[in-house]
Design a protein around this ligand. Structure first.
Ligand code: ZN
Length: 199
């Protein structure tokens, strides 16, 4: 049975009805390239994240879920789990991480930051300003999450030309893939200066 929607996670654009010939798997070149980028990345996660009991599952709509399928909440620590248990759970489509108060973990979200195979110059400029730290390819395959240490009480969305950069601070949950970008280290660096400069 052929797919009826684009296979890239988060897309779901209907595919044209296939005639003869190969059945398309993606709605566009952009989705094909993004899915390829996601699938070829090696999975790794920093201990600073896996050692904390901050893990949830995420469903197709990016909502956080508990390991038994209920709704998880960023304000309810009892709905969070250890990484090992969350990783083993079949609920939803993947993992999520809660940026809890006082942990000092931040995440910079760069969406739609690729131009074909390569990172867009605006995104590369931000990455270059960060000390070497853990960077993962987002679930869509078309964005990056830059993880690090820092204090950010409230998240912010910043317009950067036509692009949106989101800073996730306390009280947020982030969809996690662990798909390591390029040869980034698997640890968290201090992003305080970068975060301050972006706000
Ligand atoms: Zn698509």
């Amino acid at each position: 049975m052929a797919n009826t929607v684009c296979e890239r996670e988060g897309c779901a654009v209907p595919l044209p009805i296939a005639g003869r010939g190969p059945v398309p798997r993606f709605c566009s070149t952009r989705c094909r390239v993004a899915a390829h980028r996601a699938s070829r990345s090696k999975v790794a996660l920093p201990r600073e994240l896996t050692s904390r009991r901050r893990w949830v599952r995420r469903d197709e709509r990016k909502a956080p879920r508990t390991l038994d399928g209920g709704f998880a909440s960023v304000t309810s620590p009892s709905s969070w789990s250890m990484h090992s248990a969350a990783k083993a759970s079949p609920v939803g489509v993947g993992l999520g991480y809660v940026l809890a108060d006082g942990d000092g973990v931040v995440c910079i979200d760069l969406d739609h930051c690729f131009e074909g195979e390569v990172l867009a110059p605006w995104a590369r400029a931000i990455l270059d300003r960060c000390p070497p730290t853990f960077v993962e390819v987002s679930p869509s395959g078309d964005g990056l999450h830059i993880w690090g240490r820092g204090q950010l009480e409230r998240g912010r969305r910043i317009r950067h030309g036509g692009e949106a950069i989101e800073l996730y601070g306390q009280g947020r949950y982030v969809a996690v893939t662990g798909r390591r970008f390029e040869d980034c280290p698997v640890r968290l660096a201090d992003l305080s200066e970068v975060v301050a400069s972006l706000t």
